[in-house]
Design a protein around this ligand. Structure first.
Ligand code: GRF
Length: 212
């Protein structure tokens, strides 16, 4: 069975969705860069090994990333899953995990990279928004896309209501992506493209607002 290490910085709801999904993998450890990450207690309650490595203890990004990758590699993972890990990772780190490092981002990439994605979607007046699971490459939020979910943006949406609608879909697509990777149904090929041997497509379009 494949081994997975999950990296978090906060509440860990995506981590929990993975732990609850009965995935074909072993979660070897949950690692946080913050001692106050709520997800740590959730993982510990489930008997999963946890570790904290604070970026504040390191002089620069490169030395932190080096120590982080040594910690990750001590668990010998097949896959490293970023689940709300709020650190930008350096190119040597990302390249070390090429094809084995994935992230979930709360927008329909390539739109709205970076932070405050829900408010920016509302401000732009887009009618659909969503979330994306992608392989991580050195360019922020720009790696090859594995799966996306689309939700409508409603006229009275706030950042809070829209983020909740998107988060529900995050909790569906992240377990699907990890399951595919662990079963070797999805991988990153040498050309840097995502190969998926388990494709199914719905005919229906999400049109927002709906047609009259
Ligand atoms: C999620 O919205 C995820 O897309 C983003 O950070 C948030 C983490 O939430 N990268 P949680 O800690 O998984 O609840």
């Amino acid at each position: 069975m494949k081994k997975v290490v999950i990296l978090i910085s906060g509440r860990g709801s995506n981590m929990l969705s993975l732990l609850d999904a009965n995935l074909p993998c072993t979660v070897a450890a949950v690692i946080s860069n913050r001692t106050d990450a709520g997800g740590l207690a959730i993982a510990q309650a489930r008997g999963i090994a946890t570790a904290v490595i604070s970026h504040r203890d390191y002089a620069d990004r490169e030395t932190f990333d080096q120590a982080l990758s040594e910690l990750i590699d001590s668990y010998v993972p097949d896959l490293v899953v970023l689940a709300g890990f709020m650190r930008i990772l350096s190119a040597p780190f990302v390249e070390h995990y090429q094809g084995r490092l994935i992230n979930i981002h709360p927008s329909l990439l390539p739109a709205f990279t970076g932070v405050h994605t829900h408010q920016r979607a509302i401000d732009e007046g887009v009618k659909v928004h969503g979330c994306t699971v992608h392989f991580v490459t050195p360019d922020l939020d720009a790696g090859p896309i594995i799966i996306q979910a689309v939700v409508p943006v409603l006229p009275d949406d706030t950042e809070h209501s829209l983020s909740a609608r998107v988060l529900r879909e995050e909790h569906r697509i992240y377990p699907q992506a990890v399951s595919w990777l662990c079963q070797e149904k999805v991988w990153l090929n040498e050309a840097g493209r995502v190969v998926n041997q388990d494709l199914k497509f719905a005919e229906a379009a999400l049109i927002s607002p709906c047609l009259a």
